[in-house]
Write a protein that binds this ligand. Structure first.
Ligand code: DAT
Ligand code: MG
Length: 153
């Protein structure tokens, strides 16, 4: 089992897409083990996006993610990090494949609705950053025995 960090960004919240986007992950068979609705402090946004510091879009990105509430989620499943990245799609909504979240709901490179950890190392770092003070719930999901075949483990 892997856990990944997913953020519904301010455009997803403002556009009233939270329920539909949460539903994509639920319908896939993933388990929600953490959820926080919050305004993002600037310092946290800067730590989260540290790898992009100095890039031309960086200041706009920090301004955007701190501008309005976000929904931060920890989502668990077998291979959840890569699976969620596939559900999310390519960074720019104009290039993302139909069927993906960005491909179905977005038209922008910056206002692209959602964040998902891109590797096990990123997931570990980001989960510590956003849920390091607690809030993850380890529980047995009744879904699990019907979502996975025993040979999936
Ligand atoms: P992703 O969110 O697909 O992992 P990333 O890590 O390369 O993409 O970039 C982080 C965020 O920064 C991305 O979701 C939106 C913004 N961004 C990236 N490239 C951009 C660009 N060329 N113009 C505007 N915003 C950009
Ligand atoms: Mg990224």
């Amino acid at each position: 089992m892997e856990t990944t960090l997913i953020i519904l960004k301010p455009d997803a919240v403002q556009r009233g897409l939270m329920g539909r986007l949460i539903g994509r992950f639920e319908a896939k068979g993933l388990q929600f083990v953490g959820m926080k609705y919050m305004m993002v402090p600037k310092g946290l946004a800067e730590k989260h996006y540290a790898e992009h510091a100095g890039k031309p879009f960086y200041d706009g990105l920090i301004g955007f993610v701190t501008s309005s509430p976000v929904l931060v989620m920890a989502i668990r499943g077998i291979n959840a990090i890569a699976v969620c990245r596939k559900l999310i799609g390519a960074t720019n909504g104009q290039k993302a494949e139909p069927g993906t979240i960005r491909g179905d709901f977005g038209m922008s490179g910056g206002y692209n609705l959602i964040h998902g950890s891109d590797s096990p190392e990123s997931a570990e770092r980001e989960l510590a950053l956003w849920f390091g003070d607690g809030g993850l719930i380890d529980f047995k999901s009744t879904l699990e025995e019907w979502v996975y075949d025993p040979s999936d483990y």
